[in-house]
Design a binder for this molecule. Sequence first.
Ligand code: FAD
Length: 310
Amino acid sequence: MHVLEYLHKPSEVNVKIIDILKQDKMSLSFEVFPPKKETSFDSVKAATESIAALGPAFMSVTYGAGGGVSHYTLDIAKNLKEKFNIPMLAHLTCVSSNKDTIHQRIEDMKAAGIKNVMALRGDLTPELIANGRDNCDYHYAVELIRELKDSDSDFCIGAACYPEKHPESANQKEDIQHLKEKVDAGADFLTTQMVFDNNLFFNFMYKLREAGVTCPVLPGIMPITNANQVERAIKLSGSFMPQRFKSLVDKFGSDPEAMKQAGIIYASDQIIDLYANGITNVHVYSMNKPDVAEGILRNVSAILGKNFAG
Ligand code: FAD
């Protein structure tokens, strides 16, 4: 693993992500996910450490759907923060939790020294869809954002947004109104669902600004590096796949090495186009894959002004 020259200074570790985003400087951040079971903890920890060693602007750690093995999110975030001085963003979902659990999670984040929280509703489980949400303590992410704001800590808060609208929304206008409620409630920045066509992101940005949403918005880029990921990514996100991308999967999908190279280059190309058009920070869904994260960083290293030491 080649390590970038630049590593975070200890004084930078407690920085708020909004302050990174406000700098007029291009940067890249990476997302990782926690292990689903104890037996995979060590391998996930090693993968996340290899990604942290690349020196991204910050890293985010997702929160298991349904809140299952939730403490791993903080375990991973705390480890990377302490070992690599990386500013960390811990995700938290609320729809499957009661107030006591959420209050406990907030206390746990404070104790772990986490300054940045991605406040999410979470996907609806089959039980929640079948039984309805009348008895739930939380119905939408905005309620969690208010709760975080009311807690006596000064969290920097991120929230999710959807350039192609959230699948449950009747239309984009309504979705953007609900998004604005999250920002008005205290979300400092937004990160998008994965986009494979930058024009969808740029069009979305026009609509957000027109609706009065002025905070920083990070485009979320998902490198697709094997053909099996494609179906899953579309199912989870509903994101549009451009023909240019589909052709690449058709041609190289059966050759793992070729598909990985093509996926890294496609994502890098999207990132360069975003930087070229005025976006300063891009968030990469690096999916615990250090080689993919490194491949992308190599392709934009001169743009970011970083040189590889190794
Ligand atoms: P909300 O903002 O609550 O929106 C959900 C839906 O409700 C939307 O259709 C919205 O328009 C609508 N809505 C909002 N407020 C109202 C209102 N007052 N009245 C009526 N309708 C309303 N999932 C995980 O389990 N763990 C993760 O770590 C995770 N990380 C994510 C990170 C990003 C960047 C993104 C984009 C998604 C992530 N998800 C994660 C998935 C996310 O939990 C789902 O997409 C979920 O279905 C919606 O979460 P939300 O926070 O966007 O919800």
